[in-house]
Design a protein around this ligand. Sequence first.
Ligand SMILES: [Zn+2]
Length: 252
Amino acid sequence: MVAIVAVSGLAVGSFLNVLIARLPLGERLTGRSRCPHCRAQIVWWQNIPVFSYLLLLGKCAHCRRRISWQYPAVEIATAGLFLLAAQPLLNRGADAVLTVARDWIFIAVLLVVFAIDWRHYVILDSVTLPAAGLALAFNLWLGQPWEELLLGGILGAGFFLAQYVISRGRWIGDGDIRLGLLLGLMLGWPGMIVALLLSYFVGAAVGVTLLAMGLKRLGSKLPLGTFLAAGGITALLYGEPIIAWYVRQIGW
Ligand SMILES: [Zn+2]
């Protein structure tokens, strides 16, 4: 079971790499992969997740120039997160399969958002809007109260819409509003709050670290969507234990 999930995760991660590389450039998703440097076609044995990267020592077989470490990183991250999200299957609850399917889809979507915003500072509506619709459908199907989903969606979109309007688009991009909507419909209330808080803590920690290391200057751009995607995945997997822990801390 673990092996099947891990191999599926690596294969999905390989596909996510295609989306991450091609969607921001508006390229077709069909057609064989090519080396970004020399355009040489990548044959099947050079395209096996992680394994090929190691075999080729991270270099193109044709021109020997570097292949980004992001390719195996996305594949390994997808497999690892798929394994973490597969936990409910062990309990064999009635909704376990549907819950795991939902979580795998949103892990995949958020990994794409994470990587594209990191590389291009853009959050694509062609990713977030269909995913937001899917999130609503999945959660209603799973029997989540629509009031909680509505509240999550309003909070997620409204939080970023307010910042966008107040700053006239200088603080955040309008893509963040749609990502907020997706996270809200995916996590509902109060999971959405967990995702927001985690994103801002991690974003602040990373920002301060980059400043201290001299890698960024004050006023440098940081990819907010990358942090929101990371916060969203964490809240998706661990939102309930985090909320339970917090409630214990404040002694309710
Ligand atoms: Zn090449």
